[in-house]
Write a new protein. Structure first.
Length: 330
C-alpha cells in the first residue's frame, strides 16, 4: 500500500507538501503543476484517503465559463481598458484549464449548455440576472461593477475613492475650482466617478454644477466637451477626466486653444492605458489594474465551486496615482 513518503519521493517534494496538497490545505502556496503532479501520482499509486479522492476529483472537474460583456465589442477599440479586462479573463482561464466563451451586448443568442460559471462584465440590471438559468444564478461573478447588496461575487475598483483622491490632490496644489469631463454607462445617468466627485467636491467648495461635462467614453466626446468648455472663456484651471481615452480628446482641444499644460490648465485622468505615457504632455492618471480584475474574477468562480462557498465576496483591486506632465510637480 502506497504511503505519503512514496508519493513525496516520486514527486520530488517534501512529505509536508504532499500531506497539505492531499488534504486540500487552502493556505498552501504551491505551483499548479506541482499540485497536479502530486494528485496524479497519488492516483497512480492508489493512495486511499477521502481527502485525496476529493482533491483528485476537484482537479478533474471541468469548467466552462461564459463571459458576458455589457457593451459592444467596438468599445475595446475605443478604450483599451475593456480589452485589458478581457485579456485577464482569457489568460487566467487558459492558465487554469477553463473553457471560455465570450459574448457581447450585440450578440443575440446565448447558449448556456455545459456552462458552469458566468462572468458579467460592466453594469447590469436585475432583469438580466433573471434571464440566467436557475442553476447558474449562484455561479456569477461581476467585473467592473458592484453593489453592497449583491448576492454574487464582485471584482471592482473603488471609483469613489479615486475621485476623492483627485479632488484632495488639486486642493493641496492650491486650486479652488475643479471641473469634470466624463462619460455615461446609460443615457442621462452619471457614473460613480462623477457622483463621488460632485458630492465630495461641493462639500469642499471647489466643484460647481456648471463645470460638469458628460458625454461618452471616447476621445471624440472628450474633444467636443473640452472644446465647448474652453470656448466659453470661463473654465476651471484643473480637470478630472473620467478615462484616458476621453483625456486624449481633451488634450487636443487644449492644444488647439493655444494653452499649455500644466501652467494654464492641469489634468488628471483614469486608467493609465499604454499610450498615456506618450501623449504630449504625458498624462497624469490613476493606474487601474484592469487585467487583474479579470484574473481575480476567474479565480473567485473556480474557488467558489471548489469550496462550496455561499457567502458573496467583494474584491476591490487597488489603484495608484501616476503623476506626469499634465500636473504641476508636488
Amino acid at each position: 500500500m502506497a504511503t505519503l513518503k512514496d508519493i513525496a519521493e516520486e514527486a520530488g517534494v517534501s512529505l509536508a507538501t504532499v500531506s497539505r496538497v492531499l488534504n486540500d490545505d487552502p493556505t498552501l502556496s504551491v505551483k499548479e503543476a506541482t499540485k497536479r503532479r502530486i494528485l496524479e501520482i497519488a492516483e497512480q499509486l492508489e493512495y486511499r484517503t477521502s481527502s485525496s479522492k476529493r482533491a483528485v476529483n476537484q482537479q478533474r472537474q471541468k469548467h466552462q465559463f461564459l463571459a458576458l460583456y455589457n457593451y459592444k465589442q467596438e468599445a475595446e477599440v475605443n478604450d483599451p481598458y475593456y480589452l485589458s479586462i478581457r485579456h485577464g479573463i482569457e489568460t487566467q482561464c487558459e492558465k487554469r484549464g477553463v473553457g471560455l466563451i465570450n459574448c457581447y451586448a450585440s450578440d443575440n443568442e446565448l447558449d448556456f449548455t455545459h456552462i458552469t460559471g458566468i462572468l458579467l462584465v460592466g453594469r447590469c440590471d436585475r432583469a438580466q440576472l433573471k434571464k440566467l438559468p436557475k442553476h447558474l444564478k449562484e455561479s456569477v461573478c461581476h467585473i467592473d461593477y458592484s453593489q453592497p447588496d449583491s448576492p454574487n461575487d464582485c471584482v471592482d475598483i473603488d471609483l469613489g475613492k479615486i475621485s476623492k483622491q483627485v479632488v484632495d490632490f488639486f486642493i493641496k496644489q492650491g486650486y479652488d475650482r475643479i471641473g469634470f469631463i466624463g462619460g455615461q454607462d446609460a443615457p442621462g445617468s452619471a457614473d460613480i466617478r462623477e457622483l463621488a466627485f460632485t458630492v465630495y467636491g461641493q462639500l469642499k467648495a471647489v466643484v460647481f454644477d456648471k463645470d460638469i461635462y458628460r458625454g461618452d467614453f471616447t476621445s471624440q466626446s472628450g474633444y467636443q466637451l473640452a472644446k465647448t468648455m474652453l470656448e466659453s472663456g470661463d473654465y476651471p484651471k484643473a480637470l478630472f477626466v473620467a478615462s484616458d481615452s476621453i483625456a486624449i480628446g481633451v488634450l487636443r482641444a487644449i492644444h488647439e486653444q493655444g494653452l499649455t499644460m500644466p501652467d494654464d490648465i492641469a489634468l488628471i485622468s483614469v486608467n493609465d492605458i499604454p499610450t498615456a505615457r506618450f501623449t504630449f504632455p504625458p498624462l497624469s492618471t490613476v493606474r487601474i489594474h484592469s487585467e487583474m480584475m479579470g484574473i481575480q474574477a476567474v479565480n473567485l468562480l473556480i474557488d467558489k465551486a471548489r469550496d462550496g462557498r455561499t457567502l458573496p465576496l467583494q474584491v476591490y483591486v487597488p489603484s495608484q496615482l501616476k503623476l506626469r506632465g499634465t500636473t504641476k510637480p508636488l
